[in-house]
Design a binder for this molecule. Structure first.
Ligand SMILES: C[S@@+](CC[C@H](N)C(=O)[O-])C[C@H]1O[C@@H](n2cnc3c(N)ncnc32)[C@H](O)[C@@H]1O
Length: 281
């Protein structure tokens, strides 16, 4: 059965709230008390949840589908026919289920893997409900004991046992974390030795001409958001959160700081986004 596990009180509040009293962080271009960021990010994704595909299509001109497809194919994950052990996947900030369902479909199509399990984790119940709705629509992952939907903060993952996961994915989610380094440290904790951290996120455009073109496009996005979704503020936050996210090399250093080895990245579309990875040894 598809389980929607809820952690009481975790919705937009977490242990980080108590730890971060009096500290500030950024929310887009604004500086806000650290304990407020979770709620503000939660409001953004509750607001865009029902128009999630539209948001992605507007933000990326539809290219997010190609990036996600490449992300899944490059990872090439699944229980091999000669292996006895199914894989335990966790897709953090998994919301809509795009990546999680894509990974399970790929594992089945390529390796005949119908045993590996998937935890889809997101801090926002509204985003998880979107994923649950999609699972119901496509039927395949509805009432499926291999798939759990769990409301959890990716910085903490206190319902996820240490050293329990083979593959940790996070797609267009980690830049929204209040404490990104805490999220990476937690990814390291929940992975088994030999497990892989694998992330898709907006990044730094390496080509100056493309960067200039993107800057112009980015200025239009909040206006587009207000036209197509009547939501200027959410789109403004999403653009600003992309600008604030560390570049490829800085994020690579943060992944190394969490303890990962064999760390690397691949820039996509001139660096509009990048795939990052690391292995827990
Ligand atoms: C742009 S969506 C990405 C959804 C999906 N992974 C994809 O690629 O389509 C970002 C997601 O990150 C989630 N999120 C933000 N902060 C989070 C946190 N601290 N822990 C877990 N999820 C978080 C949001 O609720 C939202 O569902």
């Amino acid at each position: 059965m598809l389980k929607l596990l809820r952690t009481p009180g975790v919705r937009f509040m977490s242990r980080t709230v108590a730890l971060n009293a009096n500290k500030t962080t950024h929310f887009g271009s604004k500086t806000v008390p650290m304990e407020q960021k979770e709620k503000l990010v939660g409001d953004v994704f509750s607001s865009v949840a029902s128009k999630y595909d539209l948001m992605n299509d507007v933000m990326s001109l539809g290219i997010h589908r190609l990036w996600k497809d490449h992300f899944i194919h490059k990872l090439d994950a699944g229980k091999r026919p000669n292996s006895v052990e199914p894989l335990n996947f966790i897709d953090v900030a998994g919301g809509s289920g795009d990546i999680a369902f894509g990974l399970l479909d790929y594992a089945e199509e390529k390796f005949g893997d119908v045993e590996s399990t998937m935890d889809i984790v997101d801090i926002n119940p509204d985003m998880l409900k979107e994923g649950e709705k999609r699972a119901m629509e496509n039927k395949k992952y509805f009432n499926n004991p291999r798939v759990n939907f769990i409301v959890q903060n990716g910085e903490i993952l206190d319902k996820i046992v240490s050293d329990s996961k083979d593959v940790y994915t996070v797609s267009f989610g980690i830049r929204n974390f209040t404490d990104i380094q805490a999220g990476l440290n937690t990814a390291y904790r929940v992975l088994k030795p030999g497990g892989i951290f694998y992330c898709l996120e907006f990044s730094k455009i390496e080509n100056p001409v493309m960067d200039l073109a993107y800057q112009q496009w980015a200025k239009l996005l909040p206006v587009m958001g207000s036209i197509v979704a009547n939501d200027y503020n959410s789109y403004e936050y999403l653009v600003e959160s992309i600008e604030r996210f560390p570049d490829q090399e800085s994020f690579k250093s943060m992944i190394e700081k969490a303890g990962f080895k064999s760390v690397g990245y691949e820039s996509l579309s001139f660096g509009v986004c990048a795939i990052h990875w690391g292995v827990k040894v």
